[in-house]
Design a protein around this ligand. Structure first.
Ligand SMILES: Cc1cc2nc3c(=O)[nH]c(=O)nc-3n(C[C@H](O)[C@H](O)[C@H](O)COP(=O)(O)OP(=O)(O)OC[C@H]3O[C@@H](n4cnc5c(N)ncnc54)[C@H](O)[C@@H]3O)c2cc1C
Length: 374
């Protein structure tokens, strides 16, 4: 039955972001908070489909990325305590970031400074030469040197978010209903997919990859477009393969502005080891975890989604189409391409060591129309 309710604050999206926000607001203020998610459970999208690493801020330039670095520093002990209090997985597997060129060695030498400025203690990290790398990875990883962040931690963000949701008090949670319309008047009137309505004084849009669509539906951020890419295809390694590799292995990013966009080797908290990472397989929506779209209708509405000009200019750009085609091939074929890229620092890695696919995630690339035209 359609129902109406009032609240002070409506939060759209019960991923890690919306759920943590609900936690903080309800702990600090006496406000009526309503947390809404389209799925039947919290944390059912990106929050449960990521690499699961709590990264320490050694790679963040404290001047250019100071806010991120501070957030990472402050939140780490809170996550640790929370994991301990609620008996949730917390494995300090550590991350080794390897240098494959002289330019990478320069990058790594700046990491010690960043780590110290961002509040990491001296015991948390080490700069390794080739012997040091050999000592910790048993010769399976080859590079000119590496930065070893010992306290990077493997967790399950989905489990953590569900546990946080379980602690919320004074927050009403509405699951299995999406926000389909928001009208601004005296506050905001939200219409949910079952026809019920909700009035809120303030709305937080924490809808992850879907947030821009929500903003567009309210006439906001019209100059921004979003494209979705299956930005995380992971492959599981056989348990008996490369037993000496026990840490996450990343290479120094090719594009420093976009860390974690190069393929990597990860150790999940469960001990399962996977390789993979981003590719640029274009998909039609934020939750398309296989194929190009969930339905022909979705593919069609993707094509004509506003701003249409951005779509058309991209779809007539031969360079873009070539990149999409080759990424699609590497996304749908067995993981030889990923293995080839990782073998520049794990030379004995073979496609035959893969036991099957891991979890896939989707990344949204958002920007002004000009960015995509360029
Ligand atoms: C492949 C991959 C690997 C990553 N690895 C890491 C990592 O190792 N470490 C790290 O810190 N970060 C990592 N990230 C980033 C991290 O996962 C995200 O930043 C984080 O999960 C985003 O959380 P969120 O709550 O914003 O989004 P989400 O978890 O996607 O939550 C958004 C929620 O909004 C809901 N929603 C959407 N539209 C509506 C609507 N209209 N009405 C109601 N509800 C709606 C959805 O159902 C969803 O539950 C990774 C990301 C990807 C893609």
């Amino acid at each position: 039955m359609a129902m109406e309710r009032d609240c002070d604050i409506a939060i759209i999206g019960a991923g890690v972001l919306g759920t943590c926000l609900a936690h903080w607001i309800s702990s600090l203020y006496s406000a009526r908070v309503c947390l809404i998610d389209a799925s039947g459970d919290v944390a059912s999208h990106t929050t449960s489909r990521n690499t699961g690493v709590i990264h320490r801020p050694f790679y963040l330039d404290p001047v250019k990325k100071g806010t991120f670095a501070r957030a990472a520093s402050l939140s780490y002990p809170m996550w640790m305590k929370f994991a301990r209090d609620f008996s949730l997985p917390w494995e300090q597997v550590g991350t080794v970031e390897v240098a494959l060129s002289d330019r990478d060695l320069d990058v790594i030498s700046s990491y010690s400074e960043y780590a110290e400025s961002n509040g990491m203690s001296r015991e948390e990290y080490e700069v390794l030469d080739t012997h040091g790398l050999q000592a910790i990875e048993g010769g399976s990883v080859k590079a000119l040197g590496a930065f070893f962040s010992k306290t990077d931690t493997s967790v399950d963000y989905g489990l953590m978010t569900r546990a946080i949701c379980g602690t919320l008090s004074g927050v009403s949670t509405v699951l299995g209903r999406s926000v389909v319309r928001i009208v601004e008047g005296e506050g905001y009137n939200l219409t949910l997919s079952d026809g019920s309505t909700l009035r809120a004084r303030t709305v937080f849009n924490c809808a992850g990859a879907n947030s821009l669509r929500i903003a567009h539906s309210m006439g906001l951020a019209r100059d921004l477009s979003v494209f979705f890419f299956r930005g995380g295809d992971y492959w599981r390694l056989r348990q008996d393969a490369l037993p000496s590799i026990r840490h996450n292995i990343y290479s120094v990013p090719r594009f420093l502005k976009f860390p974690f966009l190069d393929p990597h080797f990860i150790v999940r908290y469960s001990g399962v080891r996977e390789l993979g990472g981003p590719n640029a397989a274009l998909v039609a929506g934020p939750y398309v975890y296989s194929g190009f779209s969930e339905s022909p209708l979705q593919a069609l509405s993707w094509l004509f989604e506003r701003p249409v000009l951005t779509r058309l200019s991209l779809l007539t750009n031969l360079e873009f189409l070539g990149m999409v085609r080759s990424e699609w091939e590497s996304s749908t074929s067995p993981p030889e391409g990923m293995v080839r890229r990782l073998s520049s620092f794990i030379p004995s890695l073979k496609a035959s060591m893969i036991s099957g696919p891991g979890i896939s995630g989707v990344r949204g690339l958002c920007g002004e129309q000009e960015r995509f035209r360029a």
